[in-house]
Design a protein around this ligand. Structure first.
Ligand code: NAX
Length: 331
């Protein structure tokens, strides 16, 4: 007997990440090859955006995906989040020329208050939320605060793209296959203060630090490349990462939906309960294991040396500053 469909909301569905993401979900790459889906595609109430959304839906239709059971196209979050099991919050206002980061935080914050409320009122009881729209940690924090009654552990933000970038850089440097690199991890905020952790990463089961034997590169070019990869893509392509961001979101949701293989973990921003000395309540990127039944836990016992501790303190400070700027939005 075929499984009941999972309802997946995607905001910003007519944007560039949406365009790369929707066919991946509809083809079974997020929830599995035997899992039907219904896509709830949400855009802004603007003629151009809704026309573009219609075009995306037409293309999805033309893909004839066997798992795609239905599509809901809307600009109303109350309709868009109705009964959804997963909410992928990709849509956000881009930072315009001359716009201050604080203004971006406030403008986008308001969007995530509304979406959080709509999720709490209309989504399925088991709803889980993945935030991609930037600044994603703080947007996820706002959404979590606004979604009264939805358990805090249902809210995540995405640092998987940063983790994938770190893994790829380590593999290229060590001239090994991508699958030989495990344990690559991002701590903190999805921003330039993120902390790509090469100390806990492994190459063919051995410490990546010992295998690469180039501390200057690891602390210098490696960190910089991962932290500034988004800007490098914009410089090269003229627009921001979309294919790799959509791919990372597929990885993020799939790996929370399924159980994490023994001995592994994934970078996911979740609400801190104080683990590793991080202030409680911050949406912080941690090493996470999923039990495949909707639960997850923070992997404990990883060593944080002084180098990591100092960098983590800076990313915590940034997240606390962001929270300060938006906290008035939560009544
Ligand atoms: P685009 O500008 O191509 O698309 C965004 C779409 O969102 C637009 O179609 C817009 O109409 C829609 N939108 C805006 N406000 C909305 C709302 N309130 N409800 C529904 N839809 C809304 O941007 P794209 O390249 O797709 O990027 C989307 C977001 O992802 C941006 O905030 C971007 O900064 C962020 N990113 C986050 C990454 C991460 O790793 N966490 C990496 C990639 C990306 O930069």
């Amino acid at each position: 007997m075929s499984k009941a469909p999972i309802r997946v909301a995607v905001t910003g569905a007519a944007g560039q990440i949406g365009y790369a993401l929707l066919p991946r979900i509809a083809s079974g790459q997020m929830f599995g090859a035997d899992q039907p889906v219904i896509l709830h595609m949400i855009e802004i109430p603007n003629e151009k955006a809704m026309a573009a959304l219609k075009g995306v839906a037409m293309e999805l239709e033309d893909c004839a995906f066997p798992l795609l059971r239905d599509m809901v196209l809307t600009s109303d979050p109350n309709v868009g989040f109705k009964d959804v099991n997963w909410a992928c919050l990709v849509g956000a206002k881009p930072r315009g020329p001359g716009m201050e980061r604080n203004d971006l935080l406030k403008d986008n914050g308001a969007i995530f208050v509304g979406q959080g409320r709509a999720i709490a009122q209309h989504a399925a009881k088991d709803v889980r939320v993945a935030v991609v729209g930037n600044p994603c940690n703080t947007n996820a924090w706002i959404c979590m605060q606004a979604a009264k009654g939805v358990p805090k552990e249902r809210f995540t933000a995405m640092t998987r793209l940063d983790q994938n970038r770190a893994q790829a850089q380590l593999a290229a440097r060590a001239k090994v296959a991508i699958t030989d690199v495990t344990g690559a991890l991002i701590w903190g905020n999805h921003s330039a203060t993120q902390v790509p952790d090469f100390y806990n990463a492994k190459i063919k089961g051995k410490s990546a630090f010992d295998v690469i034997q180039d501390e200057a590169w690891l602390k210098g070019d490696f960190l910089k490349t991962v932290q500034q990869r988004g800007a490098a893509i914009i410089a090269a392509r003229g627009v921001s990462s979309a294919m790799s961001a959509a791919n990372a979101l597929v990885d993020h949701v799939r790996d929370l939906h399924m159980a994490t293989p023994a001995g592994e973990y994934r970078s996911v921003c979740v609400c801190s309960d104080g683990r590793y000395g991080i202030p409680e309540g911050l949406l912080f990127s941690y090493p996470i294991r999923s039990d495949g039944k909707g639960g997850w836990s923070v992997v404990q016992g990883l060593t944080l040396n002084d180098f990591l501790k100092e960098k983590i303190a800076a990313t915590v400070k940034e997240l606390e500053g962001e929270r300060e700027i938006v906290k008035h939005l939560i009544a």
